[in-house]
Design a protein around this ligand. Structure first.
Ligand code: FAD
Ligand code: 2HG
Ligand code: ZN
Length: 488
């Protein structure tokens, strides 16, 4: 029997918690015609959207919708500064928005907050191709940025399924993980500097960190913005390292019969593929079924199996990398760690494999109402969570699906039902998050807290740490106008 953590001794459903916390703060003013005129004065009429704002007030999952008030499209840091100074003086709450691909309802208004879209701040781009240092506007779409770097022989050191829409500023604000973290590390390893605008009465513009690789002259202030979920300041420019684009990429999909064997394959991949290993992703049978049923996507493997692993190497010498991958696959087979395996013979084959993994979020979203999870766990408990929840949900769940970045201990357990079910929700929460924390995990490995996990944001955290974070928030945002009702 799990011991309830102090904040959950009174067993309230997630819904009750969220409703209490999300009440409109009466200290905030409402947007009036005079405010709209002021915004038009800063941005021109084309920079202010008043009607038909649904796209900016609904999240990717469709589960979070806020009424909002107005959407602003500044074109540069100075305009962001003018907006934030005005909103701070006039107590207007503001939500920064990047590509709006976040999965926790953090990028959309809860009530009538002003949406500040970064999508027009995407002009400035410079790259030092000796040091591999990139400096660019925060509103660049990740894929566009990566394509620009491709022509210079480099790439962004992370990649995710939402790359066609998410923005580099949003990636920093969420500390996005993705499918290459096993190789290049998290964004903490790559961030060098930021330009941010504070939501104070001056709209203070700060240039944090620097444009060089090494700088130990201060606290590493840009890093405070990693995972800040738009609650400390608005990021308008990013300086970070890029990595040489690999000349040789090998991808293989493997059929595995047990989760324990998946872990053995991971161990072997780390030791034998070592420096060229660039991804180690995971899909279970329920995910494959969902892909087939909802998107008509079929496994590339002839043999059905309980688990599928997608292994990728990236390097600079095709012969060397192919030899390594070949030896690794041989060893997997000879040790009977895998049942079957397919090595991509062309980039089209590799695309098919990646399409399966990257379409998993869409496949589950087509399955019905989705309870999404983004937790990290020690590997010994990784799939145990799925088994525990599958048994607990019984017939109330339509599908219990798991995919994720197994190489990073990050599981995306998605549970679906035909429609939203209070009974299922009460079975899931707070049990699931308490289970994760009790097993040494984190309730958010990638996507953050936003609105979705707000009732549980204190789980696994020291009260003193939460207090420190609140004090920091007050320093950056003295009037508390930036992205209220969310993580902090
Ligand atoms: P938004 O969704 O617009 O905003 C996210 C948060 O950042 C909000 O709190 C917002 O206020 C804040 N914000 C945005 N821009 C700024 C800015 N310039 N300044 C200050 N605050 C800002 N995430 C992963 O980590 N790994 C994955 O593998 C992954 N795969 C995904 C696959 C799919 C299909 C989808 C839909 C999402 C996926 N995500 C993943 C989640 C999401 O794409 C990331 O969190 C991404 O980094 C969000 O970027 P965005 O520009 O869309 O930000
Ligand atoms: C992924 O890794 C994303 O595909 C989305 O982080 C996870 O859909 C999800 O739950
Ligand atoms: Zn993910």
């Amino acid at each position: 029997m799990l011991k309830l953590l102090p904040s959950f001794r009174i067993r309230l459903s997630k819904r009750c918690y969220a409703a209490v916390l999300a009440e409109r703060n009466k200290n905030f003013a409402k947007v009036m015609e005079s405010d709209v005129l002021a915004f038009e004065n800063f941005l021109g009429k084309e920079g202010v959207l008043k009607d038909d704002i649904t796209l900016n007030t609904t999240d990717w999952t469709g589960q979070f919708k806020g009424p909002g008030s107005v959407v602003l499209f500044p074109k540069n840091t100075e305009q962001v500064s003018a907006i934030l100074a005005y909103c701070s003086k006039n107590k207007l709450a503001v939500v920064p928005q990047g590509g709006n691909t976040g999965l926790v309802g953090a990028s959309i208004p809860v009530h009538d907050e002003v949406v500040l879209s970064l999508s027009k701040i995407n002009n400035s781009f410079s790259f030092d191709d000796t040091m591999g240092i990139l400096k660019c506007d925060a509103g660049f779409i990740l894929e566009d940025l990566d394509n620009k770097l491709a022509s210079l022989g480099y790439m962004v050191p992370f990649d995710l399924g939402a790359k066609g829409s998410c923005q580099i500023g949003g990636n920093i604000a969420t500390c996005a993980g993705g499918i290459r973290l096993i190789r290049y590390g998290s964004l903490h390893a790559h961030l060098l500097g930021l330009t941010v605008v504070l939501p104070d009465e001056h709209g203070t513009v700060l240039h944090l960190g620097s444009d060089i690789r090494k700088d130990n002259t201060s606290l590493h202030t840009p890093h405070l913005f990693l995972g800040s979920e738009g609650q400390l300041g608005v990021i308008t420019s990013v300086t970070m390292t890029a990595v040489p684009r690999p000349k040789s990429v090998q991808s293989a999909m493997l059929a595995v019969t047990s989760f324990e064997k998946c872990c053995e394959v991971l161990k072997l991949a780390k030791s034998s593929l070592s420096e060229v290993l660039s991804s180690f992703e995971f899909l279970d049978e329920a995910t494959m079924k969902c892909l087939k049923t909802n998107l008509d996507l079929h496994s590339v493997l002839g043999t059905p199996s309980a688990f599928c692993v997608l292994v990728e190497t990236s390097g600079s010498n095709e012969d060397h990398d192919m030899a390594k991958m070949g030896a690794f696959l041989d060893e997997c087979l000879s040790k009977e760690l895998i049942l079957d395996g397919v090595l991509a013979g062309s980039s089209a084959d590799a695309t098919k494999m990646w399409q399966l993994r990257e379409s998993a979020p869409l496949a589950v979203s087509r399955d019905g109402y989705v309870y999404k999870h983004d937790v990290s766990l020690p590997l010994k408990n990784y799939y145990e969570l799925t088994n525990v929840m599958r048994e607990r949900c019984g017939d109330l769940a339509k599908s219990v699906v798991t995919y994720g970045h197994v190489g990073d201990g990050n599981t995306h357990l998605n549970i679906t039902s035909e429609k939203h079910s209070e009974a299922l929700e009460n079975l899931l929460y707070p049990f699931l998050y308490e289970w994760v924390v009790a097993h040494g995990g984190s309730i958010s490995a990638e996507h953050g807290i936003g609105q979705l996990k707000l009732p549980y944001s204190e789980l696994g955290k020291q009260p003193e740490e939460r207090l420190l974070v609140k004090k920091l928030k007050n320093i950056f945002d003295p009037n508390g106008i930036l992205n209220p009702y969310k993580m902090i």
